[in-house]
Unconditional design. Structure first.
Length: 291
């Protein structure tokens, strides 16, 4: 920061880029599936270094607040930005140090309010059960698609919500947007439950396509073999290309904007652009049978 400090306080800050590099290099490069205790020898030194740097930054912030550090006239805006960044990141650093201490030395894997990234603190752990990617990091987005490839609604989930919890809110959102429930509603097996199926029927949806999980009874198997049910399954399968298109053609695979607000804005713009392209490709106004 471009500040002028008194001589008595000038020794509180030290640059430690090389020290931090060598502390990180000392950590073993091991598979995450292997035991964590192998990183214990270097971790105390890295934590101690983190606490020292955090303490120095805290001292700078205290001096700024107390007026012991004076900003130069030409650099006032730069100093204000740096002060705001310190106030934002210091609590996050404290949280990361605490959760690292609990994870490495106390074996506590379920830490309340765990932070995965200092720069994207809103990121969550997503577990989908994939063999090659047991854990992914980011946010889950629920997409509501109607005919002609138009996404009529979306929700950015908090944490790692179950698909079953998203079914009824999606139907209610559709009812609010279009003024009525859809004639047919379909989703994959992750959304199925007897309560969800009954809730959709209670709302007045004529055809509910939710394939059941597990071993099917003879009655359930016969129900899912009906022509309209199989047709609805094909409609649901068409949502997968839409997700792939959003990821690879419209850049939704990785958000480029920073922070939670930037993430939400980026997702919104991706969906808006996709809908505009879908409307342009359709070429003419078609009545949407789903709503």
């Amino acid at each position: 920061m471009a500040v002028r400090s008194p001589p008595s306080r000038s020794s509180i800050t030290r640059e430690r880029p090389n020290t931090g590099y060598w502390r990180l290099a000392a950590l073993p490069n091991r598979s995450p599936r292997l035991a964590v205790p192998a990183s214990k020898p270097a971790m105390p030194k890295l934590l101690a270094l983190s606490r020292q740097v955090r303490g120095q930054a805290g001292c700078v912030l205290e001096d700024l607040s107390a007026g012991r550090l004076k900003a130069e006239a030409g650099n006032l805006l730069e100093v204000m930005v740096a002060e705001a960044q310190l106030r934002h990141y210091l609590p996050l650093v404290d949280q990361v140090v605490a959760q690292t201490q609990a994870r490495i030395f106390e074996g506590e894997t379920r830490y309340e309010g765990k932070i995965l990234s200092l720069f994207e603190a809103h990121s969550a752990i997503i577990r989908k059960g994939k063999p090659d990617k047991p854990n992914e990091f980011g946010r889950l987005v629920r997409l509501d698609e109607v005919e002609n490839g138009i996404i009529s609604g979306y929700v950015i989930g908090v944490g790692n919500p179950a698909d079953q919890q998203q079914w009824v809110p999606a139907l209610e959102h559709h009812q609010v947007v279009f003024g009525r429930v859809p004639y047919l509603a379909a989703a994959d097996r992750g959304f199925w439950s007897s309560q969800n199926e009954k809730a959709a029927q209670d709302l007045g949806i004529k055809r509910v396509v939710l394939p059941a999980t597990g071993r099917l009874s003879a009655k359930r198997s016969e129900h899912q073999k009906q022509r309209w049910f199989r047709h609805g399954m094909g409609w649901r399968a068409g949502c997968e290309p839409r997700i792939s298109t959003l990821k690879h053609q419209f850049g939704m695979k990785r958000a480029r904007y920073k922070g939670e607000a930037g993430f939400e804005r980026y997702v919104g713009w991706c969906i808006i652009v996709q809908d505009l392209v879908a409307i342009a490709r359709n070429g003419r106004k078609v009545k949407c049978r789903s709503g």
